[in-house]
Write a protein that binds this ligand. Structure first.
Ligand code: EPZ
Length: 426
């Protein structure tokens, strides 16, 4: 398992171009299965999660190439809608394939994706949404078989604005007979990107980005080319790292409007943020101020995917901050690792009480999940001394060579890969 060795204490500085959004690319790759032919998707970063999704599509018979951030798909040879359990377990986002494969083949077999480090990750809203569209679902242990001769439009209300369930239902509804409305839909920018992609293929969807999405079923879709939006969570991760190291960083190819809640919080800590089109400039020279209370909630509120990262900045702030996590029940696993670096954080159920300290110290820490790992990298960049981050594969799921990304901003960060005889090579 790879490790990252970070020499901390150096302010980040320079300019960086932000990668395409993992959480937009994954559903868009799945949605490509709705159409027969060649689909080209640009701005798709090289990530473990993208690799897993492309391997699943190949397993189902699709041709898939990924070169220089461009994915070329040929779905005309797609011949199966049975997703192997081993591949499902590698990445829970394979659940996004349910809607498209059911719509295309009239049947799909998946396996319970199971929970992960951050929580139970139920899929009941996905299944009930597909049932509302006319699907029959048979569960046999972890195996879930889904059938529908013809999907029919329906009025669907989500008890919780689930991102994945909203996307799965949208994708299943585009070829259904009649009108589908999804109320209490998730409003994330990635859902708007999915709507734009599906409409480019000839779908008739309106409302993505609001809490009510309407889909008018069509007979057929046509292949297209598309470019994915920038990754707002990677953008936010770099912004927080710039602030935590008291650096000066310019971020290019961003969507500032996707980050209003983070920009608001960073400004409250005293960080200077300037926005000009798709450019964000971040500057910090002083110790950050604490924030009384931050609550993670569905978009456009403060995103759960930036909770662990902002906690590192608050761990260095002058005062006490309170962070409440309302989306995932297990998303504080980075706290113990930060404590090993000198952070003073107490967790009580879904709240973390963060008493800022003047500095963090390098230590050997372990990434437990994707965003917790990113937070530990930020902590290593800000800390005095050397930090070793282990289990880096979690980070590689969402960041394209994070050591190169931060290296472009002057970070002293090296990846070590163990080889057979247990020595390591940079
Ligand atoms: C998406 O996950 C993102 N992943 C997550 O990003 C993100 O944290 C999450 O949305 C929330 O914004 C992708 O887009 C690939 P949800 P998703 O369905 O769709 C409960 C990252 O770091 N729920 O909105 O799985 C669920 O248990 C990842 O990039 C049900 O109860 O999120 C959770 O508590 C992590 N039943 C809450 O809703 C369901 O059927 C949010 O889940 C579905 C979800």
């Amino acid at each position: 398992m790879d490790k990252l060795v970070i020499e901390g204490g150096k302010p980040l500085s320079g300019t960086i171009v932000i990668q395409g959004a993992k959480n937009a690319a994954l559903p868009i790759l799945a949605a490509s299965m709705l159409v027969e032919g060649k689909v080209t998707i640009d701005h798709v970063p090289k990530l473990l999660d993208i690799d897993v999704m492309l391997n699943i599509l190949r397993e189902l018979g699709c041709r898939a190439e990924h070169e220089d951030e461009t994915v070329q798909l040929d779905t005309s040879t797609l011949h199966s809608s049975h997703i192997p359990e081993a591949l499902m377990r590698q990445m829970r986002s394979s659940i996004f394939l349910m809607g498209p494969l059911l719509a295309r083949f009239g049947e799909v077999t998946i396996y319970q994706p199971g929970g992960c480090a951050i929580g139970e990750r139920k899929i009941d809203l996905h299944l009930s949404g597909l049932q509302a569209l006319g699907a029959e679902i048979e569960e046999d242990g972890s195996r879930i078989a889904c059938y529908a001769k013809k999907l029919r439009g329906a009025e669907i209300h989500l008890d919780f604005p689930s991102v994945g369930a909203t996307e799965n239902i949208m994708m299943a509804a585009v070829l259904a007979e009649g009108l589908t409305t999804i109320s209490n839909a998730a409003r994330e920018p990635e859902i708007q990107d999915l709507q734009h992609f599906l409409n480019r293929m000839g779908a008739k969807i309106i409302g993505a980005g609001t809490d009510t999405i309407t889909v008018e079923g069509v007979e057929k879709l046509e292949p297209c080319s598309y470019q994915v939006i920038p990754d707002r969570i990677v953008t936010g991760t770099v912004m927080v790292a710039a602030a935590a190291t008291r650096g000066q960083v310019t971020l290019l190819n961003t969507c500032p409007s996707h980050l209003t809640s983070l920009i608001h919080v960073l400004r409250r800590t005293g960080v200077q943020i300037a926005v000009d089109g798709d450019i964000i400039k971040v500057g910090a020279a002083m110790r950050p101020k604490s924030i009384d209370r931050i609550v993670t909630s569905p978009y456009p509120a403060f995103p759960t995917d930036l909770q662990s990262q902002i906690m590192v900045l608050l761990a260095l702030a002058d005062g006490v901050s309170v962070m409440k996590e309302t989306i995932f029940e297990g998303r504080f696993k980075h706290v113990d690792e930060l404590a090993r670096m000198g952070a003073d954080i107490r967790v009580d159920l879904s709240s973390a009480f963060i008493r800022g300290v003047s500095r963090l110290y390098g230590a050997t820490v372990e990434a437990t999940d994707l965003r917790a790992g990113a937070a530990l990298v930020i902590a290593g960049l800000a800390a005095q001394g050397k930090t070793v981050v282990e289990q880096v594969h979690h980070i590689d799921r969402g960041y394209d060579r994070i050591e190169a990304m931060f290296g472009r901003l002057g970070a002293r960060m090296t990846r070590f890969t163990p080889i057979a005889n247990n020595t390591v090579v940079p």
